[in-house]
Design a protein around this ligand. Structure first.
Ligand SMILES: [Zn+2]
Ligand SMILES: [Zn+2]
Length: 394
C-alpha cells in the first residue's frame, strides 16, 4: 500500500457513517465495530484483525476534529495531486507526521522525533503492521514460520521431563531503521515498477503470471539510502530464548511440537510452531524400547538351569527381585510392570529384563567335577540330532 492508497481509503465508509456524521455518531459506530472485530473475540481470525485495525485507524483520524479536517481536505484534492510518498506531504500545508504519527494506529511517532523519523514511523507502521484488506499478500497478516531446533538430553532428564532454555534465532525488524530499510532521516519510496503492490505480471503468451516484483522483491518499497545496519533489507536476525517444557518419557528421535513458539507472525498474524527434535544420550545400563526400558542381566548357568531369585536394578527406584524359573533359556525376557518410561496418559511402560547366561571362563576343581558329572549324565547328548537330520532335507 502506498501513502496514496492510504489517503484514498474512505474512513467514513469503514465506520459506516456519513461524511457529515457528528462526533457522537462516529464514536458509536466505532465502538460497535471495535467490539465486533476485537482480537479477543476473534482469536486467530486475520480478516477480523485487519478489520479491527482499519476501524481503529479510521476512528483515530475521524474522532479528532483537526485531523478529520485535514483528511477531508486531502481527500477533496484531485487524486493526482495527493502525495505518493512522504516527501511530498509538506507541500499540502500539513505534516504527514502530525496527521498519522501521533496517537494514530502506529506506536511511536511522538513529538520529540524529527519529521523524517516520524515519517519513518509512518512507513514502519503502515507498511509492516497496518494490515489492510486491499494490500497485497505480502502485507496481509501472515502466520509466523515454523521453526525447528534440536536438543540433546541426558537419559534421566528425558525420563523425568525437563524445562530447557532454547536459544532461537529468527528474523525480526531491524532495530536501527525499524524495518523500513532506510537510513535514518530518509524514507523508502514506493517502488516505481510495481507501484507499491509488490507484484508484477509477466505475460507468457495468453497467460499472465503474477510474481514478486523484481525491483523491490515484493516489498513494494525501494530504498535509495540503505540503513547501514541491515543494508536496506529492513530485517535483522534476532535471538530469543524460550523455556521449552519437554514432557517426561521422551525418547531419542522424537519430535515435540510447541504450539505458537515458532517465529512471530507478521502484521498481527499468529506465531508459527516450534518443533524440537529430541536427542537422548544413552544410559550405561538401561535402554529404551518404546515406552519400555530394557535391561540385560547376567545369570549363571545354574541360576538359569535350576531357577533363582535375582535382584535387578530399576531406573531411579529400588531394586526388585525377579524370579527366574527353572530351565530358563538364555535370552529370555521378563517383564517388570510399571517400571518403564512415562506415557502421555500418566501411566508408565514396563522394564524388560533379558537374561544373559554366562559360561564360566576359568574352572576350579569343584566346578570342573560338577560339570563333568553333568556331562556324564547324558543330558543333551542328542542336542544336535534333529539339526543334522533336517539340514539334509530339501
Ligand atoms: Zn535497518
Ligand atoms: Zn516493486
Amino acid at each position: 500500500m502506498s501513502t496514496k492508497d492510504y489517503l484514498e481509503k474512505d474512513y467514513y465508509k469503514v465506520l459506516g457513517v456519513s461524511k457529515t456524521a457528528s462526533q457522537d455518531e462516529i464514536k458509536k459506530a466505532y465502538r460497535k465495530l471495535a467490539q465486533q472485530y476485537h482480537p479477543d473475540r476473534n482469536k486467530g481470525d486475520a480478516d477480523a484483525e485487519d478489520r479491527f485495525k482499519e476501524v481503529s485507524e479510521a476512528n483515530s483520524v475521524l474522532s479528532d476534529e483537526q485531523r478529520r479536517k485535514e483528511y477531508d481536505q486531502v481527500r477533496s484534492m484531485p487524486s493526482g495531486f495527493r502525495g505518493a510518498g512522504g516527501g511530498q506531504g509538506g507541500g499540502f500545508g500539513f505534516d504527514l507526521g502530525d496527521l498519522f504519527g501521533q496517537g494514530g494506529p502506529t506506536p511511536g511517532g511522538a513529538g520529540t522525533h524529527g519529521a523524517g523519523e516520524r515519517i519513518g514511523d509512518l512507513f514502519g507502521g503502515l507498511f509492516n503492521r497496518g494490515g489492510t484488506r486491499t494490500g497485497t499478500s505480502a502485507r496481509r497478516a501472515r502466520r509466523g514460520a515454523d521453526v525447528e531446533t534440536e536438543v540433546t538430553l541426558p537419559f534421566g532428564r528425558a525420563m523425568n521431563g525437563v524445562t530447557v532454555p532454547l536459544k532461537l534465532t529468527s528474523e525480526a525488524a531491524c532495530p536501527t531503521c525499524h524495518g523500513t530499510g532506510a537510513k535514518a532521516g530518509t524514507v523508502p519510496r514506493v517502488c516505481p515498477n510495481c507501484e507499491g503492490t509488490g507484484q508484477e505480471t509477466r505475460n507468457l503468451g495468453n497467460f499472465g503470471f503474477s510474481e514478486p516484483c523484481h525491483i523491490c522483491r515484493g516489498r513494494g518499497l525501494v530504498v535509495d539510502d540503505p540503513c547501514p545496519t541491515c543494508s536496506g533489507s529492513g530485517r535483522a536476525t534476532g535471538t530469543r530464548t524460550i523455556q521449552a517444557r519437554i514432557p517426561a518419557g521422551v525418547a531419542d528421535g522424537q519430535k515435540i511440537r510447541l504450539k505458537g513458539k515458532g517465529a512471530p507472525g507478521e502484521n498481527g498474524g499468529p506465531a508459527g510452531d516450534l518443533y524440537v527434535n529430541i536427542k537422548v544420550t544413552p544410559h550405561k545400563v538401561f535402554g529404551r524400547s518404546g515406552d519400555n526400558l530394557t535391561l540385560t542381566v547376567p545369570v549363571t548357568f545354574p541360576e538359569a538351569a535350576l531357577g533363582a531369585e535375582i535382584r535387578v536394578p530399576t531406573f531411579q527406584g529400588q531394586p526388585v527381585t525377579l524370579r527366574v524359573p527353572e530351565g530358563t533359556p538364555n535370552g529370555r525376557t521378563f517383564r517388570v510392570r510399571g517400571r518403564g518410561a512415562a506415557r502421555r496418559d500418566g501411566t508408565k511402560g514396563d522394564l524388560l529384563v533379558t537374561v544373559d547366561v554366562q559360561v564360566p571362563g576359568k574352572l576350579d576343581d569343584q566346578t570342573r567335577t560338577a560339570l563333568e558329572s553333568l556331562r556324564s549324565s547324558g543330558e543333551g547328548d542328542d542336542l544336535r540330532g534333529g539339526l543334522l537330520q533336517q539340514a539334509g532335507e530339501e
